[in-house]
Design a protein around this ligand. Structure first.
Ligand SMILES: Cc1cc2nc3c(=O)[nH]c(=O)nc-3n(C[C@H](O)[C@H](O)[C@H](O)COP(=O)(O)OP(=O)(O)OC[C@H]3O[C@@H](n4cnc5c(N)ncnc54)[C@H](O)[C@@H]3O)c2cc1C
Length: 447
């Protein structure tokens, strides 16, 4: 059993380390899905762009996720409407609808990118099942089926092509005795996240982007009208910086602590099952549990990927912790460690065995963790920060595959001086995505 991401378990030769000084148009901090999409779009537009990644491309959350391409924010649709109404006023329904529409455009941009650059990343489009479980866990919502039904009706009214699936149909299709129904979002999909991100890195390089790995950014300073990005063995002078570090942004600049909260997620994969058990991706108990079957054989079969379990260990898995050491208060966050923990993995095993009792004997092949960046209102931060020239894309709240691509499209258009219609068409993007909002911002808007 390997204690690291299944997706990263492949041969890989990293790019060179930055040594020396450079002068470019844009520096991208972080080589995940955000950074590499930004690099690709900017290189397409002819910008001189450099990506700095402190480890290897896709070694953060982008190489550790489930590979789900789900539309919308992480809540049920009805909950998203309620939350956005509470925070932003009467327009909550419209904002929720737009959150799903923006994510659908993101999905189309991703598949367009795969096609354009021939990125082979095991993409499938069998949809997603937002599942209600029979016995919700203590930490989950007490009435998941009613939330599913309400969400279904709202989504239908708002023009989304969804189906309500009852217990019998879902059990026949999905082979779990634990489900009581689901919404089937036909438009959702799945992919191999590392093949996708590294495919974009290769395409961006081909177009002239420079990528340096094992090159951490130490600090970003202003020198007259330029920004200077410092690394251990080199410096880059640039007009603009794009922060694509998601959960790790506060490690570089503490002022983001109020906005971006680290949450660790944990997953395991099994050895491949020899038959196809189901297609599509499954999201249960308000997203606290999720699973899919990969397409990695033998025959039509593949591994099961199962994740979640955080709801039983909330304190250990999210936020910052304050410790006293030698009379000093030290802020730490154990969850920045990607190592899987015994406690959460055990919760996942229990949930898996309960969901698929007939598959409990399948051996686990890989167990891993990854760190996500959450925002207070589940929406990402996209735009220029309080520091002129420094742009931020972060705070996906577990949905980077839903928003990173469209966010990178918007910002790269802005940086290239091109008109972009995304902001014109979606109020959500103009108002909610504001990168300067934080806990205070949200609370201010509530009043
Ligand atoms: C277990 C798990 C399951 C998930 N499942 C899904 C899913 O199915 N669907 C979905 O949409 N989302 C999912 N997510 C969330 C998704 O993975 C993230 O939203 C997304 O990958 C964020 O991408 P990113 O490029 O912004 O950040 P990251 O992928 O985290 O990339 C940030 C990069 O910045 C680098 N970095 C940090 N500090 C520095 C520095 N000082 N200098 C240089 N580089 C630095 C890091 O090494 C890292 O590579 C999941 C996450 C986890 C952990």
């Amino acid at each position: 059993m390997i204690r690291d991401s299944y997706w990263l378990d492949m041969d890989y030769t990293p790019a060179e380390v930055l040594v020396g000084d450079l002068d470019v148009d844009i520096v991208i901090c972080g080589g995940g899905v955000t950074g590499m999409t930004g690099a690709l779009f900017l290189a397409e537009g002819g910008a001189r762009v450099v990506v700095l990644e402190r480890r290897e491309v896709a070694s953060g959350a982008s190489g550790r996720n489930g590979g789900f391409m789900l539309a919308g924010t992480h809540e049920y649709y009805v909950e998203a409407v309620e939350e956005l109404t509470e925070i932003y006023g009467t327009d909550g329904r419209r904002l929720a609808r737009e959150a799903w529409q923006v994510a659908l455009e993101n999905h189309a941009l991703m598949t367009g990118t795969m096609k354009k650059y021939d990125i082979q990343c095991d993409y499938y489009s069998h949809g997603s099942y937002i599942v209600a479980m029979k016995k919700p866990d203590p930490g989950s919502h007490p009435e998941p089926m009613s939330l599913i039904t309400e969400s279904y009706h709202l989504m239908q009214e708002d023009g989304f092509d969804v189906e309500l699936i009852d217990e019998q149909t879902l059990q026949d299709l999905k082979r779990s005795p634990m489900v009581s129904g689901a919404i089937w979002n036909k438009f959702d999909g799945e992919l191999h996240p590392v093949k996708y991100v590294r495919g974009m890195a290769a395409a961006a390089k081909h177009l002239g982007a420079q990528i340096f790995e094992n090159t951490p950014i130490i600090e970003i300073k202003r020198d007259q009208k330029d920004l200077v990005v410092h690394t251990p063995n080199g410096r880059i002078r640039t007009a603009n910086v794009l922060l694509g570090m998601n959960a790790y942004t506060p490690q570089l600049d503490e002022s983001f602590e109020e906005r971006i909260i680290p949450h660790r997620g944990q997953v395991f994969t099994t050895e491949p099952a020899s038959e196809r058990l189901f297609n599509g991706v499954f999201y249960a108990n308000d997203g606290w549990e999720f699973w899919r079957q990969l397409h990695d054989g033998p025959g039509d079969g593949g591994r099961l990927l199962f994740g979640g379990g955080r709801n039983h260990h909330v304190k250990a898995e999210q936020g910052y912790h304050f410790l006293r050491r030698n009379k000093k208060v030290i802020k730490t966050y154990r969850g920045y460690k990607e190592r899987p923990t015994r406690a959460v993995q055990r919760s996942n095993d229990i949930a898996f065995n309960r969901t698929f009792p007939h598959l409990a004997d399948l051996k686990r092949s890989h167990r891993w963790g990854g760190v996500m960046g959450f925002s207070y209102d589940s929406s990402p931060f996209v735009g220029e920060t309080e520091t002129p020239g420094v742009f931020l894309i972060a705070g996906f709240t577990g949905r980077g595959n839903a928003y990173a691509t469209i966010a990178a499209r918007m910002l790269s258009d802005k940086l290239l001086g091109r008109p972009s219609d995304i902001e014109d068409r979606f109020e959500m993007v103009r108002t909610v995505f504001d990168p300067t909002r934080g806990r205070d911002g949200v609370e201010n808007r509530r009043r």
